[in-house]
Design a protein around this ligand. Structure first.
Ligand SMILES: Nc1ncnc2c1ncn2[C@@H]1O[C@H](COP(=O)(O)OP(=O)(O)OP(=O)(O)O)[C@@H](O)[C@H]1O
Ligand SMILES: [Mg+2]
Length: 341
């Protein structure tokens, strides 16, 4: 079980029940309410259980972490490269191998978040990705390999794609040499040094790789994995985007998300609905314009009581709803919890 925090009134440790609908966690709170600090604590708590945590530090949202920092191991993407392959056909749990078409489809899905592409361009990118799957053994890294496959295309649209994705191709190195995971520590993948929109696309590509890996492992994978994304509001949540897929189906493959944002008000209604998926939700002291929506959202607490508690929250405290285990009792509830600093 993942330890969350302590109850604010009596200080009992609060765990997320293993029987919760899923192990995703959603955090909402304005700037300075303590979200990032809480994310770090939860990441530490998950490490202590021996499970895997990957923090995608996009646009510096997770703050500065030194290279040797207790529960965190830092990979600096720009300096070290990203120790993953997005062109490898994975071994599936049923003994088969992943189809290159599926690999290509995942690449096109992520790249189409970055730049609008028509059908023809999507088709050509998918052809290039399939070609790159074949070439990858002879390339220095997967991104270079995709660049080469696009350069080799006869069609002029290949050149257009090269120009469109110039900020990724050949600049972001995906090379599966060392492993990604560090035993007993959360891995922070720091994407600083790239343009902001490039960081978001790389982060989505990494999520897409881990999602494919989790599905390939099926139920046999022994490690549960959590992906932490602070300030995730710029990520795609459209249907079949990687985030939406993991939110919907991650539980089956032991891949969970921890997502934090300042306010759901910036999301379209449809996307807000998707963000109801996480079984555990943490609300920090909201700004007045968010108060009504949040106070009305607790199934087991009346809005007036919720509002009183929300208004009285201090930094590092939140109103949490989910299936929590306290002592030997495990059930759905809404309660005020406190994280240490
Ligand atoms: N549990 C806590 N107890 C006391 N102080 C805390 C606690 N959590 C965070 N703080 C302090 O509050 C400040 C803001 O915290 P943090 O950066 O985690 O907020 P945030 O919600 O992530 O803000 P932003 O949305 O701007 O990133 C920090 O200076 C931090 O040290
Ligand atoms: Mg923060």
């Amino acid at each position: 079980m993942i330890k969350l925090a302590k109850t604010a009134d009596s200080g009992y440790p609060v765990y997320i029940a293993d029987t919760a609908l899923n192990q995703h966690i959603f955090l909402e709170g304005p700037s300075g309410s303590g979200k990032t600090t809480v994310l770090r604590q939860i990441a530490e708590n998950i490490c202590r259980t021996g499970n895997r945590v990957l923090v995608l530090n996009v646009n510096g949202s997770f703050g500065e972490i030194s290279d040797e920092n207790g529960y965190f191991a830092v990979i600096r993407a720009k300096r070290d490269g990203i120790p993953l392959s997005f062109l490898e056909c994975l071994d599936m749990s049923d003994g088969t191998r992943e189809d290159p078409d599926d690999v290509a489809e995942a690449v096109v899905e992520v790249f189409s978040q970055a730049e609008r592409m028509g059908y023809v361009q999507k088709y050509l990118l998918s052809q290039a990705a399939k070609e790159a799957v074949m070439l990858r053994e002879n390339c220095s890294d997967d991104m270079c390999c995709l660049k080469k496959a696009l350069s080799d295309m006869e069609d002029d649209e290949g050149k257009v794609l090269l120009a469109k994705f110039a900020s990724f191709l050949g600049r972001v190195c995906f090379k599966k040499e060392a492993g990604l995971w560090a035993k007993g520590r959360a891995v922070v993948l720091d994407l600083s040094g790239y343009q902001q929109r490039v960081q978001i696309v790389i982060a989505q590509l990494i999520m897409s790789i881990l999602w494919r890996q989790s599905r390939a492992d099926g139920q046999r994978g022994s490690n549960a994995t959590w992906l932490v994304v602070d300030e995730f509001q710029n990520f795609s949540l459209r249907q079949d985007s990687v985030l939406e897929q993991i939110l919907r189906e991650g539980r089956k493959f032991k891949l969970s998300l921890i997502l934090a944002t300042q306010s759901l008000a910036v999301f379209e209604t449809k996307k807000r609905a998707i963000l109801q998926q996480p079984a555990t939700k943490l609300y920090f002291k909201p700004v007045e314009s968010d108060m009504r929506r949040i106070a009305n959202g607790f199934p087991d607490m009346n809005p007036a009581d919720a509002r009183t508690i929300l208004q009285g929250l201090h930094v590092g405290e939140c109103l949490a709803s989910g299936e929590f285990a306290i002592g030997s009792e495990s059930r759905f509830r809404t309660l005020k919890i406190r994280f240490r600093n």
